[in-house]
Design a protein. Structure first.
Length: 118
């Protein structure tokens, strides 16, 4: 059974934007909010050149990397064709307006991989 960590309120995430969740000795997690208030979480690193996805433009259920305009799916973290590659995605839930991330995933995905994007 998953343990959940509260990271912010949904209104703390800009509509069509992102909020960065810092982690010790690891790349930050970007939490995105779509126009219809759906929330997604990805490692804040594009699979292409490591660009900070949290600084990209959210459209539909995708984000455009700010470095080279790659389109990354928010649900799966994968680049859209013709580009290739994926960044890890995180389980997320929203309960009574509070956004939660899976604690096990926060403590195990992409640890020790701090980059210039964090």
């Amino acid at each position: 059974m998953s343990q959940w960590k509260s990271v912010c309120r949904i209104e703390d995430i800009p509509v069509l934007g992102a909020r960065r969740i810092q982690r010790n000795n690891a790349v930050a997690v970007a939490v995105f909010r779509t126009a219809d208030d759906t929330v997604f979480a990805l490692l804040d690193r594009c699979p292409h050149k490591g660009g900070p996805l949290s600084q990209g433009i959210v459209f539909g259920e995708s984000v455009a990397c700010p470095l080279h305009n790659w389109t990354i799916g928010l649900a799966d973290g994968c680049a859209r064709s013709p580009d290739e590659g994926c960044t890890p995605h995180f389980s997320i839930k929203v309960d009574a307006g509070v956004v939660h991330l899976d604690l096990d995933e926060l403590n195990s995905i992409a640890l020790g991989e701090v980059s210039a994007a964090t």
